[in-house]
Each structure stands twice: as structure tokens, then as C-alpha cells.
Design a binder for this molecule. Structure first.
Ligand code: HEC
Ligand code: HEC
Ligand code: HEC
Length: 115
């Protein structure tokens, strides 16, 4: 192979490595405000959950590590409205409360903030 053809390949591999490294290091926002429809926004302490739960896939097997991914999947009908709320957020908080461990809110007004 000529240098002219090898160089772009090398640059391509380097750029890919940088992007992967950045993705691996991206923990996302410390706190996220999630869309909550008529009931109002839902403030979500993201990094606190990461610290307490450890496993990213507890949540991210359902929606990708991208800002706005829940609403995008709901719009595409790949997630139902309130599916994340009921099947993930509330289900886990209830289960942990039952076990007597530190948990999160289970009532509407503790999660949804009206402006
Ligand atoms: C308890 C659930 C939960 C856990 C555990 C979790 N995340 Fe997230 N993550 C979310 C939610 C909710 C969003 C916002 C999705 C949206 O905007 O629709 C999000 C968004 C993100 C984003 C997108 C950027 C942003 O800040 O909005 C990144 C990156 C991310 N998470 C990385 C991680 C990593 C890395 C881990 C593991 C160390 C992790 N998350 C663990 C719930 C979680
Ligand atoms: C643990 C926090 C939590 C609790 C408790 C909670 N919600 Fe939610 N709610 C969310 C999150 C997160 C979303 C956005 C994700 C989704 O739609 O699944 C949401 C979404 C919603 C939506 C908007 C759905 C849409 O797409 O239009 C409504 C309406 C709603 N919740 C009503 C309620 C009501 C009523 C209660 C009490 C019975 C309640 N929520 C309790 C976190 C919570
Ligand atoms: C697999 C379990 C699990 C899931 C899924 C989960 N949480 Fe939690 N949540 C917890 C635990 C455990 C705590 C207590 C954390 C702590 O105090 O360190 C908590 C705490 C909270 C708190 C209270 C923070 C405070 O200031 O006291 C809020 C708000 C919250 N969660 C919202 C959410 C929302 C919204 C979702 C869904 C997007 C969600 N959680 C998904 C386990 C979970």
C-alpha cells in the first residue's frame, strides 16, 4: 500500500479511538430534568443513581445514553408513555423500600414538580 492510502486509514483509526475513549468517560449530566407531561418536570439525580446502583444498564438497557432518548423512543412508540416511570423508577423505589434500604420517591408529587 502507498503512504497516501495508509495515512487516511491511520487517521481514521485514531479518530475512532478518541471517540470511543470520550464515550467511555462520559457519565452524562449530574442532574437531569425529565419531561413529565401535565404532571410537571421530573428532576432526576443521575450521578447519585450511578454511585448508588453502579450498573449503567439497570436503566440504559431500556434507553440509550443520550439526552432526550426517552422522549425520542416514546415518539417512535418503542416505549409507552409512563413505561420508564412505572416499570423502572417506581418499581425499583418500591422494591428497595420493601427491603428497608434507602430508596427514592413513590408518590406523584415527590417526583413531579409543578411550575
Ligand atoms: C437510574 C437510572 C440510570 C442509571 C443507573 C444510569 N443512567 Fe444515564 N441516564 C438516565 C436517564 C433517565 C437519562 C436521560 C435520558 C433522557 O434524556 O431521555 C440518562 C442519560 C445519560 C446520558 C446522556 C447525557 C445526559 O446527561 O443526558 C449519558 C451519557 C449517560 N446517561 C451515561 C450513564 C452512565 C455512563 C451510567 C453508568 C455509570 C448511567 N448513565 C447510569 C438514567 C440512568
Ligand atoms: C419515581 C418518580 C415518579 C413518580 C413517583 C411518578 N412519576 Fe410520572 N413520570 C416520571 C418520569 C421519569 C416520567 C417520564 C418517563 C415516562 O414517561 O415513563 C413520567 C411521566 C409522567 C407523565 C407523562 C407521560 C407522557 O408521556 O405524557 C405523566 C402524565 C405522569 N408521569 C403522571 C404521574 C402520576 C399521576 C403519578 C402518581 C400516581 C406519577 N407520575 C408518579 C417519574 C415519576
Ligand atoms: C434500580 C433502582 C432504581 C431505579 C431504576 C431508579 N431509582 Fe431513583 N433511587 C434509587 C435509590 C436506591 C435511591 C436512593 C439513593 C441515595 O439516597 O443514595 C433513589 C433516589 C431517588 C430520588 C431522591 C433523591 C433525593 O434527593 O432524595 C429521586 C428524585 C429519584 N430516585 C428519581 C428517580 C427517577 C425519576 C427514576 C427513573 C428515571 C429513578 N429514580 C430510577 C433507586 C432507583
Amino acid at each position: 500500500m502507498k503512504f497516501r492510502t495508509v495515512l487516511p486509514v491511520v487517521i481514521g483509526i485514531l479518530m475512532f479511538a478518541v471517540v470511543m475513549a470520550m464515550a467511555a468517560g462520559d457519565k452524562g449530566a449530574e442532574n437531569i430534568s425529565l419531561y413529565g407531561g401535565k404532571s410537571g418536570e421530573v428532576p432526576f439525580p443521575h450521578q447519585r443513581h450511578q454511585a448508588t446502583l453502579g450498573d449503567c444498564n439497570t436503566c440504559h438497557e431500556l434507553f440509550p445514553q443520550e439526552a432526550g432518548s426517552i422522549e425520542r423512543l416514546k415518539a417512535a412508540k418503542e416505549l409507552k408513555k409512563k413505561q420508564v416511570m412505572n416499570k423502572h423508577c417506581i418499581r425499583c423505589h418500591r422494591a428497595m423500600k420493601r427491603e428497608g434500604t434507602r430508596s427514592g420517591p413513590t408518590s406523584c408529587k415527590e417526583c413531579h414538580v409543578k411550575k
